[in-house]
Design a protein around this ligand. Structure first.
Ligand code: GLU
Length: 377
């Protein structure tokens, strides 16, 4: 936990609190994003770092889990203030991060811009450029092609594999998405390209419903101009929560955690939930969905495309040799398909739901790694 002062544009000095939690170091360096949000806390970072351990282990990446963040409201901060927060936070946690220790990446409200500041701050201290110290950087600084869209594209690759297994068709499939940021936008666009119909969309300011399917490009153009969905003339207006109750085949929570709860789980009108966000379903809601026979593809697989391409970025940075977009997409798809295969096998073997099966696959690996390394000295 770190506390640090930052000068606001007004000249006032404000104290901020930041966190970085490393969950396990048995599998390799720790890996996970940095988020900027008012609700960031030690407990949340700890929980999310465990999620990252499970995610990396399911996909078979040589990392343990980490997560960090700064408690702040990024919507109320200027670019200059965000830069000063990022650089000071990076400096504060510098002793515990690094390409062989702990590699930060984007998460909520952070992206290429913040990762460039992060990488530069780390490199200034090292005395030379260290692109492999963070992932999710701009391509010109040693980032990888395809990282920006990776999480959303990974969600779509997982759905394609699952649909094949269920013998469902993407054509005409009705999808509702909560969250229209880096992940939700890519998912909406890519699913539309594959013939699905987006019947509901929402962001923090509200949502839109259209049983006939929204014009996704029109909504994206609106958001590009007005930043948020509120006021968008497409479809019928609803709330951020309202979109969860949309009648659809697939519901994709792609925003915050704890959105599908004991209160609303009975009202969902979907056949499948695909967790693009981390932890969008509470344990109570999980049980209700199971009882109702609603299938659920858990976050640790569904949104693992992001960290998988982060891994590919880190590898490219270390070898100083870069691959093209098709190679990145193919490798990510293969890695996710293999992970799904392991999860489905474990589910069949143990008659468990997919979340439990994913945790089982991950924990088997983590436990084996810890057992084999044994106790030092
Ligand atoms: N923040 C993303 C996640 O939750 C990506 C982490 C990474 O790329 O290291 O999976």
């Amino acid at each position: 936990m770190v506390n640090f002062p930052v000068r606001r544009d007004s000249g006032e000095v404000e104290m901020f609190t930041g966190y970085r939690v490393q969950h396990t170091l048995a599998m390799g360096p720790a890996k996970g994003g940095i988020r900027y949000a008012p609700g960031v806390s030690l407990g949340e970072c700890a929980a999310l770092s465990m999620w990252m351990s499970i995610k990396c282990a399911v996909v078979g990446l040589p990392f343990g889990g980490a997560k960090g963040g700064v408690r702040c409201d990024p919507n109320r901060l200027s670019a200059g203030e965000l830069e000063r927060i990022t650089r000071r936070y990076a400096t504060e946690i510098l002793p515990i991060i690094g390409p062989d220790r702990d590699i930060p990446a984007p998460d909520m409200a952070t992206g290429e811009r913040e990762m460039a500041w992060f990488m530069d701050t780390y490199s200034q201290q090292a005395g030379h450029g260290v692109p492999e110290s963070v992932t999710g950087k701009p391509v010109v600084l040693g980032g990888t092609v395809g990282r920006r869209a990776a999480t959303g594209l990974g969600v779509v690759f997982c759905m394609e594999a699952l649909f094949e297994r269920l013998d469902w068709s993407m054509d005409g499939c009705r999808v509702a998405i909560q969250g229209f940021g880096n992940v939700g936008t890519v998912v909406a666009r890519e699913l539309t390209r594959r013939g699905a119909s987006i019947v509901g969309l929402a962001d923090v300011t509200g949502g839109l419903l259209d049983p006939e399917g929204l014009d996704v490009e029109e909504v994206i153009a609106w958001v590009a101009e007005h930043r948020f969905l509120r006021g968008c003339p497409a479809g019928e207006a609803t709330t951020r929560q309202g979109v969860l109750r949309a009648s659809c085949d697939v519901l994709i929570p792609a925003a915050l955690e704890k959105q599908i709860t004991a209160e609303n789980a009975q009202q969902l009108e979907c056949r499948l939930v695909v967790e693009a966000a981390n932890g969008p379903t509470t344990p109570e809601a999980d049980r209700i969905l199971l009882e109702r026979g609603i299938m659920l593809l858990p976050d640790v697989v569904a949104n693992a495309g992001g960290v998988t391409v982060s891994y590919l970025e880190w590898v490219q940075d270390q070898q100083k040799y870069f691959w093209d977009a098709d190679t990145i997409a193919d490798r990510m798809r293969r890695q996710l398909h293999d992970a799904l295969g392991r999860v489905f096998d474990a589910a069949e073997r143990t008659a468990a739901d997919w979340r439990t099966a994913a945790q089982l696959v991950a924990l088997e690996r983590l436990v084996e790694a810890a057992r084999l390394r044994a106790i030092w000295p």
